[in-house]
Design a protein around this ligand. Structure first.
Ligand code: FAD
Ligand code: NAI
Length: 476
């Protein structure tokens, strides 16, 4: 057998893995990337969870369903009348599949451009000798490849409720939730986290009656609570039913759908009968098939690969990044770690600032934040100033007809350094970028307040929130 040798072998072709591979190739290394994801025809589909069943398809359906809801409910406010509005779910899902395919193909192109060798199949550790790792490849062909540096980027899988495995027909993970062929009358969602809210919004906008059951008594506990309350109000007004503090019990699948037995917040027994149940209770790191034992790669008791701040594992020259290691399960976090590791392999100083990783929930209103929440600052005992500005007072938001929410800025009471920015409202996903840049450069709220922002724009709400920190808003 002809054994191919590489400087860097990346296992996993999601946003962590494919970006690490490209950056390593840019730095002059011979790079291989192995990815086992199969499309519906059994072919390769680079991009991992993010491209195939995560970020990209969910945003495609969020956009389509938002168009539908606008046409059905909001165009009339602009004097636009529509008769005979119809919905073709198969076409909508088909469009989403095309968007996914464009992204899959884009990565194949990028690999060719950067001379990354791609292997479609499963990569697993076989052995290590004299600092060279042997990786077994099982897929389109069975091969052995060897390399000095290994970057593990094998991602994560949806977590099922104990005793209720996903069948993707009635009990759906994110995968099934993204490819329903018709709008069910009633949908249950377990978990009011990011996926529950995004997927719940998609199917509610398309006409389903959606109930979300959440075990915690607090809505979006990791989010600044003033922002979370505002979002909860908006979602409830839209018709999303969210029950907090429940204890989910037995789940039965029958001919009429799925019955979810649970105790409500008062401890009273309830049953929710739905056509489909989406379970979105978090994700587990994926090391199945990696054969970590062969080389003694350390995992913790949850299956997470143990790494230090620089993504180094317990093994020399074996690195791990993205969802399979500690930290937030976000595509951009995986990408940043991928770039940093490639640069460290090249002897450079890779940089990931965990304090400035933005979060976005792509609901309507969108929720986005960076840095610390007010609750976290209180626990820390840090003296802070807070300023907020409602979109209701922003001219562009009024023109858009989307005035829900606010921008809230938190700054150190003495130095005025921005400690966190929390947004609920239109285009929060884009507005947060300015705040990330500001925090990365350790800006003060006064810095933002003194910067000229285009008028009329939503970004003026950020400037006004900065002015509000010093109690001198101009438009509110
Ligand atoms: P993954 O994307 O999971 O990729 C891992 C790849 O490795 C997969 O292709 C897998 O098949 C492959 N693999 C695993 N084991 C092997 C092996 N042994 N050999 C070969 N290949 C292997 N994040 C955001 O930042 N923004 C969003 O809007 C967003 N939306 C999301 C929506 C949904 C519904 C979901 C489920 C997730 C979303 N995420 C979002 C999270 C994001 O998808 C993940 O954080 C991101 O994909 C993690 O990247 P990764 O490279 O670590 O792993
Ligand atoms: P999540 O961690 O965001 O939310 C899970 C929710 O389920 C939590 O509120 C939790 O309290 C609740 N829960 C857990 N067990 C439960 C039970 N037995 N009964 C009722 N509720 C229960 O996880 P989710 O939504 O599955 O998403 C996984 C990850 O994927 C996210 O944490 C995020 O990192 C990533 N993601 C990111 C997106 C984005 O950036 N826009 C979009 C979607 C996913």
């Amino acid at each position: 057998m002809n054994i191919k040798q590489f400087d860097v072998i990346v296992i996993g072709g999601g946003p962590g893995g494919y970006i690490a591979a490209i950056r390593a190739a840019q730095l002059g290394f011979q790079v291989a990337c192995i990815d086992e994801w199969k499309n519906s025809k059994g072919g390769s589909a680079l991009g991992g969870t993010c491209t195939n069943v995560g970020c990209i398809p969910s945003k495609a359906l969020l956009q389509s369903s938002e168009h539908y809801e606008h046409a059905a409910k909001h165009f009339s406010e602009h004097g636009i009348g529509i008769t005979g509005l119809s919905l073709d779910v198969a076409k909508m899902v088909g469009r989403k599949d095309n968007v996914v395919k464009q992204n899959n193909d884009g990565i194949v192109y990028l690999f060719k451009k950067n001379k990354v060798t791609f292997f479609h199949g499963r990569g697993s550790f076989a052995s290590v000798k004299d600092g060279i790792y042997t990786i077994n490849l099982k897929g389109d062909a069975e091969e052995i490849i060897i390399g000095k540096h290994i970057i593990v980027a094998t991602g994560s899988n949806a977590r099922a409720l104990p005793g209720t495995p996903f069948d993707e027909i009635n009990i759906l993970s994110n995968d099934g939730a993204l490819r329903m062929g018709a709008v069910p009358k009633k949908i249950g969602v377990i978990g009011s986290g990011v996926i529950g809210l995004e997927m719940g919004s998609v199917w509610r906008r398309l006409g389903a009656d959606v109930t979300i059951l959440e075990s915690l008594p607090t809505f979006l506990g990791a989010v600044d609570q003033q922002i979370a309350r505002e979002a909860n109000k908006a979602f409830t007004k839209q018709g999303l039913k969210i029950e907090l503090g429940v204890k989910v019990g037995e789940i039965n699948t029958n001919s009429s759908g799925v019955s979810v037995h649970y105790a409500d917040v008062k401890g009273e027994a309830q049953t929710l009968q739905v056509d489909k149940l989406i379970v979105s209770i978090g994700r587990s790191p994926n090391t199945v098939g990696l054969n970590a034992e062969a080389v003694g790669l350390s995992l913790d008791n949850r299956g997470t690969i143990v790494v230090d701040d620089e993504c180094k594992t317990n093994l020399v020259n074996v690195w791990a990044i993205g969802d399979v290691v500690r930290g937030p399960m976000l595509a951009h976090k995986a990408e940043e770690e991928g770039v940093a590791v490639a640069e460290r392999i090249a002897g450079q100083h890779g940089h990931v600032n965990f304090n400035t990783i933005p979060w976005v929930i792509y609901t309507s209103p969108e929720i986005a934040w960076v840095g610390q929440t007010e609750e976290q600052l209180k626990v820390e005992g840090r003296a802070y100033k807070s300023g907020s500005f409602p979109f209701m007072a922003n001219g562009r938001a009024r023109a858009l007809g989307d005035t829900t929410g606010m921008v809230k800025m938190l700054a150190d009471a003495t130095t005025d350094e921005i400690l966190g920015v929390h947004i609920v409202g239109p285009m929060a996903s884009e507005l947060i970028a300015e705040c990330v840049v500001a925090m990365e450069f350790r800006a003060s709220s006064e810095d933002i307040a003194r910067i000229c922002h285009a008028h009329p724009s939503l970004s003026e709400a950020t400037k006004e929130a900065a002015l509000a920190v010093d109690k001198r808003t101009l438009n509110f």
